[in-house]
Design a binder for this molecule. Structure first.
Ligand SMILES: CC(C)(COP(=O)(O)OP(=O)(O)OC[C@H]1O[C@@H](n2cnc3c(N)ncnc32)[C@H](O)[C@@H]1OP(=O)(O)O)[C@@H](O)C(=O)NCCC(=O)NCCS
Length: 393
């Protein structure tokens, strides 16, 4: 078995047949292959790895160059995607070989963290990933927002085709990357594909400053409006975008919009009828999973107070003893020398870092062992705080 990094141009001959077989209805048509080839310019900065035997590609995976905010620090992030193997080559450990090499290379090239959308979380748990919340979808009739329709708000919303609104859409994402825990963005090469999306963008501005963006499609007159993430800098941006949706009262029956776990849509209005749902099923609707690739690079993370030595077990990238000290609101990570007060899988540690599980849950989920006193130190260091990744890949 040979493992090889390939260029984006080589993906069509090697990865396309595996990915298309795995993820799309098949056999495919010539048009699909040409369309895939056209898209490859957006994958030029990705790390693309394949496993080959006797000249045949048996497995593949890619790491997209992304950035992510983890508790206030923006890290390079490996966005893992395009994981597939040939049906005759499955369960031979070939994907393990590809993924281990991919994660090591991404770490060596500077990625501190990694995220992916799992077809089955238990598969990626074997590679150190742990689950984070899936986005919610709020569904409501625009008339529920009638209190906003005529409100005089100090700002305005402009509706643009994606091509014209793209720079502001991306600009707000870049701003939120610096401000929101968990938020992740693509590099410019990969993000450029979205410029051609056949979608509208509503851009909310106050005194010329962008305070909210949401992209959407209208499926039918009298039907549904499907929006992706409601991205705002705060309540005024949200009110402006909701007012904009409210003004579709005579045009669409329902609005569907993606929101983070922090949003509470039932508080958007009095007598407001809304369903907020996070549907999780596999393989198509998983919550994103995350893991740490580099411990010392976490120094500087915004944390609570504490001083604890942990051992991370069974991981080639971050395994070993680590001393975690939280002082003046910042974390310092150094090699540990004392007896560990907690023994954690990389998934268990990642769950604490990202704020999705507390130390007791880490133990009850089977992701580690934590001494009684270390429960308090780890809870203080890593208060619960739900990440919102936002990007799909
Ligand atoms: C998912 C897929 C990539 C797995 O490939 P594979 O070649 O069978 O994987 P490997 O043999 O390298 O298995 C790696 C590890 O995962 C385990 N594993 C394999 N399939 C699993 C599953 N469905 N659930 C949980 N664990 C699984 C293996 O036992 C092995 O464990 P170990 O190394 O700790 O002993 C392959 O089945 C596939 O292409 N499926 C269709 C496309 C897809 O769903 N891709 C993932 C998108 S997120």
């Amino acid at each position: 078995m040979e493992f090889r990094q390939i260029s984006a141009a080589e993906r069509t001959a090697t990865m396309f047949p595996l990915q298309t077989y795995a993820f799309l209805p098949s056999p495919w048509s010539d048009g699909d292959e040409a369309a895939y080839e056209q898209r490859m310019r957006f994958f030029e900065t990705a790390i693309n790895l394949v496993a080959e035997e006797d000249g045949q590609t048996l497995a593949c995976a890619a790491s997209l160059r992304m950035r992510q905010n983890v508790r206030g620090v923006v890290h390079d992030m490996a966005g893992v995607a395009s994981v597939a193997s040939h049906p005759s080559a499955r369960r031979r450990g070939i994907v393990r070989g590809v993924l281990e090499r991919l994660l090591r290379q991404a770490r060596d090239e500077g990625s501190t963290v990694s995220a992916l959308y799992p077809f089955r979380p238990s598969f990626y748990a074997r590679f150190g990933y742990v689950g984070t919340p899936r986005h919610r979808i709020a569904t409501f009739a625009p008339e529920g927002l009638s209190h906003l329709t005529r409100a005089e708000l100090p700002g305005e919303v402009e509706r643009l085709p994606m091509r014209d609104g793209f720079d502001e859409w991306l600009g707000l994402r870049e701003r939120l990357l610096g401000e929101r825990h968990g938020f992740a963005v693509y590099d410019a090469t990969r993000a450029a594909e979205f410029r051609d999306d056949k979608r509208w963008v509503a851009v909310a501005r106050v005194d010329g400053e962008v305070v909210g963006v949401v992209d959407y499609q209208v499926a039918a007159y009298g039907g549904d409006l499907y929006a992706s993430d409601l991205l705002t800098t705060g309540p005024l941006g949200r009110a402006l975008l909701l007012q904009f949706f409210g003004r579709h009262v005579d045009q669409v029956a329902r609005v569907h919009v993606r929101v983070s776990t922090e949003e509470v849509p039932e508080l958007w209005g009095t007598d407001f009828t809304v369903t907020t749902e996070a549907k999780v099923d596999h393989p198509r609707h998983g919550g994103p999973m995350v893991r740490v690739l580099d411990m010392p690079a976490l120094t500087g993370t915004a944390v609570g107070a504490g001083d604890v030595t942990i051992e991370i077990v069974d991981d080639p990238l971050v395994g070993g003893l680590w001393r975690l000290v939280g002082e003046d609101g910042r974390l310092t990570v150094t090699k540990g020398t004392s007896t560990p007060a907690a023994t954690l899988s990389v998934g268990g540690f990642s769950a604490l870092l990202y704020g999705v599980l507390d130390p007791v849950e880490v133990v009850t989920r089977g992701l580690g062992q934590v001494d009684g006193a270390a429960v308090a130190s780890l809870t203080s260091l890593f208060p619960r705080r739900m990440p919102y990744i936002c990007a799909d890949f």
